[in-house]
Design a protein around this ligand. Sequence first.
Ligand SMILES: *Cc1c(COP(=O)(O)O)cnc(C)c1O
Length: 449
Amino acid sequence: MLTKIYTYERRRKIYSKIQKQIASKFGNDETFAKHWEDWRWHIKHTIRDIETFERITGIVFDDEFRRDVSLTLDKFPLAITPYYLSLIDREDYRNDPVFIQSFPVPQELEVDPREMADPLDEDKDSPVPGITHRYPDRVLFHISNLCAMYCRHCTRKRKVGDQDSIPGREAIMQGIEYIANTPQVRDVLLSGGDPLMLSDDYLDWILTELCRIPHVEVVRIGTRIPVVLPYRITDKLVAMLRKHQPLWINTHFNHPREMTSSSKRALRKLADAGFPLGNQTVLLAGVNDCPRIIKELVHRLVENRVRPYYLYQCDLSEGLTHFRTPVGKGIEIMEGLIGHTSGFSIPTYVIDAPGGGGKIPLNPNYLISLSTNKVVLRNYEGVITTYQEPNSYEPIFCDRQCAECHLQLKLKGADECQATGIVKLLADHDDTISLTPEDNERMVRRGDD
Ligand SMILES: *Cc1c(COP(=O)(O)O)cnc(C)c1O
């Protein structure tokens, strides 16, 4: 099949024509001019059923597909903003990255026995409702259960559309109190749902409470709003957020097609207001599992001042089987990026370990071998090279007595965080020589614990 290749300019014109059509189906010829850039209009007219989807797009499904999809909808609901829907290429919608990310398919009900409702154990690692405290110095804080668009690849699919778990003021206050009472938390990641689905005033209240806590050094917002509802990034919202610097914002573009003029405008507002912007992409079969697509995506991101942050291997969540790729695809993509393009456009490829193990970074191997004075490496071109180690290096014995060390850290409480994991094995000040799994049979035979 010969597919049409559109320039961005051409695509912009097509979008604007389609957007006018869509708006008129919700009202009349003036609706586009009057309401299209009003985010509340999009929320009010969010497409939530198959019939409306067909009516607005003009796409007609066959009866069998319609019936199967409605079964999926009983378990995993549908929501697409008119804006995001307008990006679907109707002529080839089955292969369209926007369609695939937003429209349900029967395969969502095929659950692989190894898939789980909560693969990351976010609920188990939760000291109070809404907080996931997994890493020593930072927490994930779910402050909203609302999303403008329901991503079919959502890792928290179990909660999507679950009206009962929308946290109220009291629940939020519990989370804030937990953070206030846990001094090691220096970084709070606001997520959900989408935090930017909350009203400006409500979010302002949460941010004000968090900024009041002395040990909270940074707050981050994870949001897909610039992708699915860019008009939500209003001047008023940005002015409110600015009061709460340092605030980092991470968004979620998965395909270069999502970088439209509306999204660019939203990103420009955020970048101009001084928020460091990052992006988290999920590797999705049939959407972006191609080194060239990811490279194009990261280039469009940095061009709009967004730093690619993570490339996620798709989680083992229920209903995501058809989106999962082998890990080799991610490594192949990283191989195609590292060295081939600007360092700051390269995300870290991670697997979020099932069972709450956290994010594990993966990279192609560059270390080929080493001796006591040489390291053998290969570069992105396949050139094999050596690095000569220093002949005289005085290792610094670290007993965590920073006050007595000639390296000028002089940090009070430098020993506040206990070394854990591999760091503990490497440390001079800790005499642990091995980490042994709890149920190691040899240790059981020995009678050790
Ligand atoms: C991803 C995540 C974080 C943040 O991790 P970073 O690597 O610092 O971005 C924090 N808590 C939980 C539970 C997470 O899943």
